[in-house]
Design a protein around this ligand. Structure first.
Ligand code: CA
Length: 232
């Protein structure tokens, strides 16, 4: 039996059945909530490992559910919604969602996102135990000395590139929006900051790519942000 407990928040019976059948087939434990109020209550009562959240709910909007749950919990939240605009994804990610899947979705894609999230949970737990060193494939960050390496070769990063790398690393597997990153780095998010962010991200990537050859660590989500991928 898979130990991961998943809270499915979905009012549409057909989609709900598709999700629960899929989860059942893969031996996940799950609970179902058909509206936002029940979702918040179930999240508080059962402390699930992952939440799959529809945004269009009959009582309160899914965005409110994210904000409410984030006041006490860091549980990974994967949005599963028909809203497909970049602005909707950005809003949900900025409110604290971890990932976003647009309806209609394939069962394989849903399971892939759940697996990525499960790996991130395990990874984060491990990170907390060895908090001074971050390792992802050949990439290593030594937080105590403020140095990053690929294959033991030091990357000569500027302070902002290093800060960006640390932000991506501490959220490995999660898409970080332009707003989130610029806020963290400069304390504000103006039009120019996003342009600067692109420049710093490009130079950071170039330095990583130079040493890591074919391995791609940072994924671009056009119009949304960036994500570090777990490579091993
Ligand atoms: Ca719905």
């Amino acid at each position: 039996m898979n130990k991961t407990l998943i809270l499915v928040v979905e009012d549409d019976r057909t989609v709900q059945n598709l999700m629960t059948t899929t989860l059942k087939t893969c031996n996940y434990r799950y609970i179902v909530a058909v509206n936002g109020e029940i979702a918040i209550m179930e999240a508080a009562t059962h402390n699930p490992d992952i939440i799959l959240l529809d945004l269009g709910l009959p009582d309160i909007d899914g965005m409110e559910v994210i904000k409410k749950i984030r006041t006490w919990s860091d549980v990974p939240i994967i949005i599963i919604s028909a809203r497909s605009e970049d602005s909707d994804k950005v809003e949900a990610l900025d409110a604290g969602a971890d990932d976003y899947l647009t309806k209609p979705f394939s069962v394989e894609e849903l399971l892939a996102r759940i697996r990525v999230t499960e790996r991130r949970i395990v990874f984060n737990r491990r990170e907390q135990n060895e908090s001074n060193i971050f390792v992802n494939g050949k990439l290593k960050i030594d937080y105590s000395s403020g140095c990053a390496y690929i294959d033991e070769k030091e990357l000569h990063l500027t302070p902002i590139e290093y800060k960006l790398l640390c932000l991506l690393a501490s959220n490995v597997g999660k898409v970080l929006t332009h707003t989130y990153l610029t806020q963290k780095i400069w304390g504000h998010s103006w039009e120019n900051d996003v342009a600067s962010l692109r420049v710093f991200m490009a130079t950071l990537r170039k330095k990583i790519d130079k040493e890591s050859m074919s391995v791609q660590y940072i994924q671009t989500h056009v119009g949304i942000g960036y994500r570090m991928i777990r490579v091993d």
